[in-house]
Write a protein that binds this ligand. Sequence first.
Ligand code: PMP
Length: 274
Amino acid sequence: MPKLASYNGFIDSIENIKISPMSRAFLFSDSVYEVISFYQNKFIDFERHLDRLKHSLDETKIACSIDECSAEIKKLLNESDLESGYIYFQVSRGIDSIRSHFFDESDCERFGFIEKFSFFNQSPLKVMLVDDIRWQRCDIKSTSLLGNVLQMNDAKSMDCNEIIMHKNGQLTEGGASNIFFVKNNKIFTPKLSPNILPGITRHQVIKIIKQKEFDFIEGTFDINDLKEASSIWFTSTTKGIIEVKEIVNLETKINPKCELLKVCKEAFVSKYFS
Ligand code: PMP
């Protein structure tokens, strides 16, 4: 079956979808998005993804019915024969007659596609610590990802598959994931702020940590905390929970046999993927 996509509610194979070059998504990255995973034909935490999409739409003042988005995302899954994967869905401010920074009322433009993906057996990551050069509203899931893209590709040239970003030494998040670390048998993660995306997987993992009654702190942490960490993990919709095996430009005390990580990972897989 060819890759299926949806454009303003019409489903077709992705090769047949035609998008105007006057789309504000194309001209300005004036668009927001979600990546929603599904397993055994069922979405994982669908409503929470929709709530975050609504937050992104409201904060960017893109007028679009969340019910329409919800229906179109569900339709993509229903029309596909895939059992495990994710749906990428973006909403732009629509198509302009001229390329103007000033926007007026236009119909939003919705585009999504469905992709096969296996969530298991992902290898530990080699990462690079980099400056967070992004804008100040990273809580909005905007398609403007140039800061992430540039830093991640610098890291790739050092054979890394992810980055850990910091603002003046203060940890924010990964290039496409949230970060957790373990120190003295306590689990830590940067608290929510406009500098990080409120990850859906972050929320799921925190729920597990609280259920297990592990020592846990959401706060403000810096590079020195990472130097002392015995385990560092990323969380995201496609990664689930993945550990860091090495930070190429920082010496750490990572121990690959972290018991807290093992328990959280097992609980996560059993809750969402069984
Ligand atoms: N932070 C950033 C910058 C991301 O791109 C992502 C992945 N979309 C995440 C965190 C993790 O979010 P989620 O768990 O909702 O996939």
